[in-house]
Structure formats: C-alpha cells, structure tokens
Design a protein around this ligand. Structure first.
Ligand code: NAD
Length: 271
C-alpha cells in the first residue's frame, strides 16, 4: 500500500529516541518532511542526520513541550523552515518520570510524591495540549490534518503502580475524541495508539532492554506471557511494530478513521 506522505510536514515530539525516533524514520521514508522534536538537542540532531543519510528531509527542533511558549515558537519556526504549516502531529513524548529517574519499581499511588504527579501530567497531558493548540490553526486553515497520540494500554485498562500515568494517558484518549468531534468539519482526524511494553535502544536495563532475554531476565518471561502475540514470536513489541500504524493513520488511506484508540500491543488489551 502506498501511503503517499509526500508533501506532509510531520512534527514528532520526543523523536530523539525509542518509539519517537522510529516514527520519524518511517514518516520520512514515506516522503514526509519531519520536524524532529526532543528535549535533548543532540538526540534530535542525530535522528535528523539518520534521515538525511537515508535521503529524507528532516529538521531538528529541540524544545521542552511542557513549556507552551517553546512549543509555539517551535511550530512557527518549523512552518518557516519547511514553507508551510505542520500537517501531521505525533504526540509521542511522554513517559513515567519516576521510573526513569529512580529506576526499579514505580510506587503505589499513596506512596507517590505529589511533585511526581505534576511531572507526569505536565509531559503526558500538557505537552500534548500545547502541541495540539499550536498546530490546529494551521490545520484548520488548510482544511487538512492528522493528530496521532501515543498512549498506553495502561490508559485503557489501568495498571497498578502507574495510577497517575494511566490517568494521564486516559485523559489524552478522551481529549482526542473531543478534538475529533470539533475538527471533523475541517477534515482533521485525531486518533490515539495504545502501546504495551516496547523494547528499544533507549532503555538501558530491565526486561524492556534490547539485551534482555528470558535467560537473563526472569520478569521478561512473565511479560511475554501477558501479550498474546509475544507468545507467538517470543519477544516484546519494538518501535517498528508501532511506526507503521502511525504512518497509516497519518495517510489519506485513514481519512475515515477518527476519534479512535487503536491498540498496537499484541493483544494486551481487547476493548
Ligand atoms: N516504551 C514502552 O514500553 C512504552 C509503553 C507504553 C507506552 N509508551 C509510550 O510511548 C511513548 C514513547 O515511549 P519511549 O519508551 O520511546 O520513551 P523514551 O523515554 O525512550 O523517549 C522519549 C523521548 O522524549 C523526550 N522528552 C522527554 N521529555 C520531553 C519534553 N519535555 N519535551 C520534548 N521531548 C521530551 C526524551 O528526551 C526522549 O528522547 C511515550 O508516550 C510512552 O508513554 C511507551
């Protein structure tokens, strides 16, 4: 199937590693000009270099998406750089800060410091709101747009010790449905893609590390059993299991899909 993303200008938040990086590479390979956002400039520039080496077009846009003024400036500069408004927005940046910062298990809600709630909500919720708010006027004007939110199955079925994260991701799924209703008349689609555990190069240890095996990581064996497709292929999902779904939703072929949450988790949740 030809997705035909030539002519699209795609902004991917948190595009510097992991799932976001692969989404950038895939959208560029399909012909989109890609705005690679990341909090860390060196990550964004490295992905831009990868895309250029493969013959694609990309531009690095380091910015903290929790800061509304940085997002507004980034979207304006991207339009100037590529000579047109952002037509595809992938709200990918978002993770569980306390797990990444402190390692190990995440705490139960009652044990979680209030300051950590804000970090999770600011990145997963406000980051997405800021980006949608910045790109929508251009999409409305051109009567074309695709907004794709990367959420988690935790937001659809809940996950113990991830209560605030689950709530933040569920908030985005609801927000997406409302935006889809508001902007259908502008031919803008808004959808969410719910992931399960994704193993990638940015995760340095634990069962999601690309070096984990059932021999060296006991938890990985248990996790593989929780995902129907993982039982068949003997591995967790990877970024390239997600990026094709995003590219499809970004394309004209997906015009009549809006307000949906699509699971790309190997059947972890079937709702
Ligand atoms: N990896 C998983 O197992 C998994 C599971 C379910 C859902 N998800 C979701 O998939 C998405 C990507 O996950 P990942 O594992 O690739 O994440 P990651 O943490 O590996 O990468 C996220 C990127 O976002 C960037 N980032 C962080 N804060 C930012 C900010 N304020 N502004 C701009 N960029 C910022 C980081 O620098 C990083 O490069 C997230 O929304 C996550 O919640 C991931």
């Amino acid at each position: 199937m030809k997705l035909g993303l030539n002519g699209q200008i795609a902004l991917v938040t948190g595009g510097g590693q992991g799932v976001g990086r692969q989404i950038c590479l895939e959208l560029a390979a399909e012909g989109a000009r890609v705005v690679v956002n990341d909090l860390f400039a060196e990550r964004a520039h490295a992905v831009v270099a990868e895309i250029a080496a493969a013959g694609g077009q990309a531009w690095a846009a380091p910015a903290d998406i929790t800061r509304q003024e940085e997002v507004a400036a980034m979207v304006e500069q991207a339009a100037q750089h590529f000579g047109g408004p952002v037509t595809v927005l992938v709200n990918n940046a978002g993770i569980i800060p306390e797990r990444r910062e402190k390692g190990g298990r995440t705490p139960a809600f009652v044990d979680m410091p209030v300051a950590d709630w804000a970090k999770i909500v600011n990145l997963n919720v406000y980051g997405t709101l800021h980006c949608c708010h910045a790109v929508l006027p251009g999409m409305v004007q051109s009567r074309h747009g695709r907004i794709i939110n990367i959420i988690s199955e935790a937001g659809r079925i809940g996950e113990a010790n991830m209560a605030v994260y689950s709530g933040a991701k569920a908030a985005i799924a609801g927000f997406a449905k409302a935006l889809a209703r508001e902007h259908g008349r502008h031919a803008i689609t808004v959808n969410s893609v719910a992931l399960g555990a994704v193993s990638h190069e940015g995760i340095k240890d634990g069962p999601l590390s690309i070096h984990a095996t059932v021999e060296n990581n006991e938890l990985l064996g248990k996790m593989l059993n929780a995902y129907p497709i993982s039982k068949g292929v003997g591995r967790l999902s990877r970024p390239d299991d997600v990026s094709g779904v995003v590219a499809f939703l970004a394309s004209e072929r997906a015009l009549f899909i809006t307000g949906q949450t699509l699971g790309a988790s190997g059947g972890f949740a079937m709702v």
